[in-house]
Design a protein around this ligand. Structure first.
Ligand SMILES: O=C(O)[C@H](O)[C@@H](O)[C@H](O)[C@H](O)COP(=O)(O)O
Length: 259
């Protein structure tokens, strides 16, 4: 599947970054809904991802989004019971989803152990949900998500795809992850084939501890070594960073967006 070359946008700090990504997301959702009636969004966990959702909730412009016509998916989930504070779903509901008028049928969390499923079964169930939502024009087993958000770890992991782990070699769209170096150890994650089916992939990262992985993800590192190097959208890839996370990118590659 063809993928897009990343564009880099740098903001002054993590707070401006979250606000700017929130504004960008609202605008993108409004544009997509104006063009085709509905939109699909894949959420991420992690501090920056959730801060972005909180800024969407805080924005008066959120009223411009038709939340009833938004499909919400997750890029990964910690395999914990529904309502567990460590679940990405719990964080997203607290930050945004509980504050807007979504169609609950169109919000699709990944199952936890309270479903009675194993992590493998939960991954297969999610893959089936994605298959059912895919349309012929998506040319694959998952929908062409309009925006797929990804945080990124200091090791370059995105979703729950960690360097050198078997999940990076997966062809299936959703996998169970065991032994995650970032707790909790058991997770469910979209794989790179599912991520790269998205029309737009936005990698959002802040902090000096991410700067090395950002540089590698934008240079010639491979996705097995730096999973973020495989985070590419079919039409557009954005690396939305604060100055600290962007501090090791060759200057020729970036023009700071914030003064
Ligand atoms: O389940 C998770 O933890 C996230 O999906 C993970 O991929 C996260 O986005 C990164 O680890 C960045 O997290 P921070 O933004 O908190 O550094």
């Amino acid at each position: 599947m063809p993928v897009s070359v990343p564009s880099v946008v740098v903001h002054a700090d993590a707070d401006v970054l979250a606000k700017a990504v929130a504004a960008r997301l609202i605008t993108r959702l409004v544009d997509v809904q104006s063009a085709k009636g509905s939109a699909s969004l894949v959420l991420t966990g992690g501090g920056v991802g959730l801060a972005t959702l909180a800024e969407v909730a805080a924005s008066p412009a959120r009223a411009a989004v038709d939340w009833r016509r938004l499909d919400v998916w997750w890029g990964d989930e910690r395999f914990l019971p529904t309502g567990d504070p460590e679940r990405n779903e719990t964080g997203a509901r607290r930050a945004l989803l509980d504050h807007v008028d979504l169609d609950p049928e169109r919000v699709r969390p990944m199952a936890g152990p309270d479903s009675g499923l194993t992590a493998e079964e939960a991954a297969e169930r999610y893959a089936e949900e994605l298959r059912r939502a895919a349309r012929p024009e998506d040319h694959g087993p998952v929908p062409s998500f309009d925006v797929l958000l990804l945080g990124m770890g200091p090791d370059g992991h995105v979703a729950s795809l960690f360097p050198e782990m078997p999940s990076l070699y997966e062809e299936r769209p959703v996998v169970a992850v065991h032994g995650s170096p970032k707790p909790p150890p058991t997770r469910i994650s979209l794989t790179l084939p599912a991520i790269t089916a998205a029309r737009e992939v936005w990698v959002v990262a802040a902090g000096a501890e991410k700067s090395g992985a950002v540089r590698m993800a934008l240079s010639d590192a491979g996705p097995m070594q730096v999973p973020a190097a495989g985070a590419r959208g079919r039409q557009r890839t954005l690396f939305l960073l604060d100055r600290q996370a962007a501090s090791k990118i060759p200057p020729a590659l970036i023009r700071p967006a914030s003064p």
